[in-house]
Design a protein around this ligand. Structure first.
Ligand code: SP5
Ligand code: ZN
Length: 335
């Protein structure tokens, strides 16, 4: 399978994140990408599709913020990585955001996604990798893989969070629409609910969002991904959340996957964007499903049996020692 990537994606390397009340080493480290690269065959350089596809998903205010945030932070005399500490919560209305701290609060939903010097560049090229994989699929490939890192599915139209800054899967899906695909399905199989992707397409009837994830009653991102979130307006019924209990192994996973695939087949999409997270792995340090390396080939084969041209976008997965083997198993199974 063709795979896309750009070395500038390594430029995002925050030092620390806030975790359970303490600062700990940042979990979404560049070594994740290196582990996947080491396990794949040859990978192609992503092509630059420019900023227009990013603007089709993210607000111009958010993009301007993200691009300048670290420089603004330094200009304010700060050291290290930029991170918010005050959030508007019940006061989300247009205000003059004169302070970098106000912008960080307004455009973030958590405090574990710092902005480092290389964050914009890395997130930009992560999105370009997804667009390049889309290009391969639009050109006739049955499937293509984007080694997206940083990941994207927690990022919304105007917010970052969950290690995500630009929503590469959403950007690829929207670019698919711009290229003439009329019905797009997004299947998100990361351990965590893809709240950003869901938000972006919540009122859209032409983009189906289906997600299998840990029940947000217990797991991040808590405020999205519950089974009663089904879309709104023209998008009513075009969001399907299938939360699973902690401890889910392949046997518990496959029936939910079949429900997801049945819904996608009924939608009859002409493009599938797959948000693949390997944090469903039994050995993942921050997650609680029980999938094994060989299971990813089984899951992928089942998804591929839809027969829909597919853009596979990398999301999470933090068991670095097994990450390459897990991603390789998935891509091998997809065929
Ligand atoms: C894309 C993705 O999988 N994002 C997951 C974000 C989860 N954030 C909440 C859990 C944070 C755990 N931090 C552990 C740090 C260990 N060094
Ligand atoms: Zn995840």
């Amino acid at each position: 399978m063709r795979a896309f990537w750009d070395a500038r994606q390594l430029a995002h390397a925050p030092a620390l994140e806030l975790h359970n009340g303490a600062f700990v080493p940042f979990g979404e480290a560049p070594v994740r990408a290196e582990a996947i690269l080491a396990a794949l065959g040859p990978v192609e350089a992503a092509a630059d599709h420019g900023e227009a596809p990013l603007r089709a998903v993210h607000s111009s205010g958010y993009l301007a913020f993200l691009r300048a945030a670290h420089a603004d932070w330094r200009a304010a005399g700060r050291e290290g990585d930029a991170s918010g500490y005050a959030w508007p919560v019940t006061r989300r209305r247009p205000l003059a955001l004169d302070r970098i701290d106000a912008r960080l609060g307004a455009y973030s939903f958590d405090a574990s996604s710092p902005i480092a010097a290389g964050t914009w560049e890395a997130a930009y090229w992560s999105a370009q990798s997804a667009l390049s994989a889309l290009g391969a699929v639009l050109g006739g490939a049955r499937a293509a893989f984007a080694l997206c890192r940083p990941p994207g599915h927690h990022a919304g139209r105007d917010y970052l969070g969950g290690y995500c800054y630009l929503n590469s899967a959403a950007i690829a899906a929207e670019a698919g629409v711009a290229a003439g695909r009329r019905r797009i399905a997004i299947l998100d199989v990361d351990y965590h609910h893809g709240n950003g992707t869901q938000d972006i397409f919540y009122a859209r009837g032409d983009v189906l969002f289906v997600s299998l994830h840990a029940d947000p009653v217990l797991d991040y991102p808590f405020f999205w991904g519950h089974a009663d979130e089904r879309g709104e307006g023209e998008g009513e019924g075009a969001t399907l959340n299938l939360p699973l209990p902690r401890g889910a192994d392949l046997k518990a996973y496959l029936p939910a996957l079949d429900i997801a695939l049945g819904r996608i087949a009924a939608f009859a999409p002409d493009l599938l964007v797959l948000s693949y997270g390997a944090d469903t792995f039994a050995g993942d340090p921050i997650s609680y499903f029980r999938l094994e390396t060989a299971d990813y080939a089984i899951v992928a084969r089942r998804i591929a049996s839809l027969g829909v041209p597919s853009v596979i976008v990398m999301e999470g997965g933090y068991a670095v020692d097994a990450l390459g083997a897990n991603a390789a198993s998935f891509l091998e199974g997809f065929g």
